[in-house]
Design a protein around this ligand. Structure first.
Ligand code: SME
Length: 152
C-alpha cells in the first residue's frame, strides 16, 4: 500500500478508534476493539493483536487472525525485543530476524510496539504480522503509537 493511502486509512481509523475507546470499557476491551478495527480495515494485516505482559510473561491477549502461541518463550523473538528494548521493532523479513517466533509459518513481516499505562509501565505488546515481506514502515509506527495510547 502506498504511503499516502496508508496515512489516509490510519487517520480515519484513528478517529473511529478515538470515539470507540472513549465509550465505557476497560484496557482489555479497548485492545479487543483496536485489534478488530485494525485487522478488518487493513487487508494486508494477517495477524493483529496483543500479548499481555504479566508476571514477566507475554501471554496472548485479544487478537484477530489465525491461532497464535498462547505464551511467547522468554527473551526470544520480536515481541520480547520490543519489550526489553522499550521501542517499536519493525521486521521487514522475519527470516532475517534471529530468534523470530513463527506462530504461523505464513507470517513474513512484522511490527511490534510496547503498550504503556499512564505511569509508563509496559502492560502489553501490540504485534502485527503480514503474509508479505516489507509491509511496515515509519507510517505504521507513527499511527500505531497514537492508537495504542488510547488504551490506558
Ligand atoms: N512473531 C512474534 C510472535 C507472535 S506472533 O507473530 C503472533 C515474535 O517473534 O515475538
Amino acid at each position: 500500500m502506498d504511503k499516502k493511502k496508508k496515512e489516509g486509512r490510519y487517520q480515519r481509523m484513528f478517529k473511529q478508534l478515538e470515539e470507540l475507546c472513549a465509550k465505557p470499557g476497560t484496557p482489555l476491551s479497548r485492545m479487543a476493539t483496536i485489534a478488530a478495527v485494525l485487522h478488518h480495515k487493513m487487508d494486508h494485516f494477517f495477524w493483529t493483536g496483543f500479548y499481555l505482559y504479566e508476571n514477566d510473561r507475554l501471554i496472548a491477549g485479544p487478537y484477530q487472525g489465525p491461532v497464535a502461541c498462547q505464551e511467547l518463550e522468554k527473551h526470544k523473538g520480536v515481541c520480547w525485543a520490543a519489550l526489553t528494548g522499550d521501542r517499536t521493532v519493525i521486521v521487514p523479513d522475519v527470516t532475517q530476524f534471529p530468534g523470530h517466533i513463527a506462530c504461523d509459518a505464513r507470517s513474513r513481516s512484522e511490527i511490534s510496539a510496547p503498550v504503556k499505562d499512564k505511569n509508563q509501565h509496559v502492560k502489553a505488546i501490540l504485534d502485527i504480522d503480514s503474509a508479505q515481506i516489507e509491509q511496515f514502515d515509519e507510517v505504521d509506527e507513527k499511527y500505531l503509537k497514537d492508537i495504542i495510547k488510547l488504551i490506558y
